[in-house]
Design a protein around this ligand. Structure first.
Ligand SMILES: Nc1nc2c(ncn2[C@@H]2O[C@H](COP(=O)(O)OP(=O)(O)OP(=O)(O)O)[C@@H](O)[C@H]2O)c(=O)[nH]1
Length: 305
């Protein structure tokens, strides 16, 4: 069978990926139907001719605006152009006003009659990225309280303590353990116990809204908090405010819903980390929390180093 150009064009027009072929300067010489359709869906006139348009210029422009994906793309295209790479791919966000979207762009070089061309293919990978994001969020979230879990805290600390160490900025690590929590379960039921844990989590979330803060449930009735760029006095004040709010839990609302007042023992250490071993900070905060328990509970034991 003779393969005609029309036949090949039909094939490429059935492909769902948006495909463009460019010359060696990344000027477009061919686009498939999916490319045209995507343009129309994003406000480009159906009559617009893509031929001769530069694929490179918009990437360069977004790089100048500080877009990190634009920079990665430009770096990849330059490597393709000078022959350091034959194939380049990049996953990038391309959000529209209506929805969050992600694409995979793959660029492959080919040479025909001594001339270099690039095949550029864009694949919509939004569904896969959203599934990955959901799975990541689930793996890092405590199922009951919906704040971070131990893994989320550990991951955060691995990065944040290193940053604080490098920039010589202080960090506060706090452990909060609900006092006599078993008695809340035993006297008011497991549901009340769950409500209490959710209440503590809600309070901690209010005090850890910056990207450099975290709160997490470390297990059972034990919670951890880390604040960066906060001095000892500020952190101690925050810890006392948290304790005051915890004391209010379960004291309001219908009589049969009241399980409070709740108390908690808090241990907290503030220091400029002298290395990236944050486990030592955590065990120091833990021993301070136990001191708070031994001194009669419902108190903050804080130390600045
Ligand atoms: N309702 C509820 N209870 C839980 C959950 N996870 C752990 N617990 C209970 O939390 C209780 C923790 O109690 P303990 O660690 O013995 O300590 P405590 O009663 O708070 O006593 P102190 O720490 O000495 O003040 C245990 O009875 C666990 O069964 C949960 O997700 N929901």
């Amino acid at each position: 069978m003779d393969i005609s150009i029309g036949f090949l064009k039909q094939i490429i027009d059935t492909v769902n990926n948006n495909i463009a072929v460019t010359d060696r300067l990344f000027n477009i010489v061919f686009v498939n139907q999916a490319w045209v359709k995507f343009g129309v869906e994003n406000g480009v006139s159906p009559q617009f001719s893509w031929i001769g348009e530069s694929y490179f210029s918009p990437c360069l422009a977004s790089t100048r605006e500080g877009d990190e994906y634009g920079s990665l793309a430009v770096a990849g295209f330059r490597q393709l152009q000078c022959g350091e790479l034959d194939h380049f791919q990049l996953e990038y966000p391309c959000h529209s006003p209506a929805e969050d979207r992600w694409f995979l762009v793959e660029v492959t070089r080919f040479v025909l009659s001594g001339e270099t061309f690039f095949v550029i293919s864009h694949m919509n990978i939004t569904q896969r990225v959203k599934l990955e994001q959901d799975a990541f969020a689930q793996a890092n979230k405590d199922g009951l309280t919906e704040i971070g879990n131990r893994k989320a805290f550990n991951d955060f600390m691995n990065a944040e303590v290193r940053r604080c160490h490098r920039y010589c900025t202080p960090m506060s690590v706090m452990i909060l353990d609900v006092d006599n929590f078993k008695a809340i379960n035993d006297s008011f039921g497991h549901q009340a116990g769950d409500d209490c844990l959710k209440g503590v989590a809600r309070i901690l979330s209010e005090y850890t809204e910056r990207a450099s803060d975290i709160c997490a449930r470390y297990g059972g009735d034990e919670f951890v908090v880390a604040w960066s760029y906060v001095c000892h006095d500020q952190a101690e004040e925050l810890a006392n405010k948290i304790l005051q709010q915890v004391n209010q839990l379960g004291t309001q609302g219908k009589a049969d819903k009241r399980y409070g007042p709740v108390s908690a023992s808090i241990g907290m250490i503030t220091t400029v980390p002298d290395c990236d071993n944050w486990q030592r900070l955590l065990s120091k905060a833990d021993s301070l929390m136990y001191q708070a328990k031994h001194r009669g509970k419902n108190r903050v034991m804080a130390m600045g180093l």
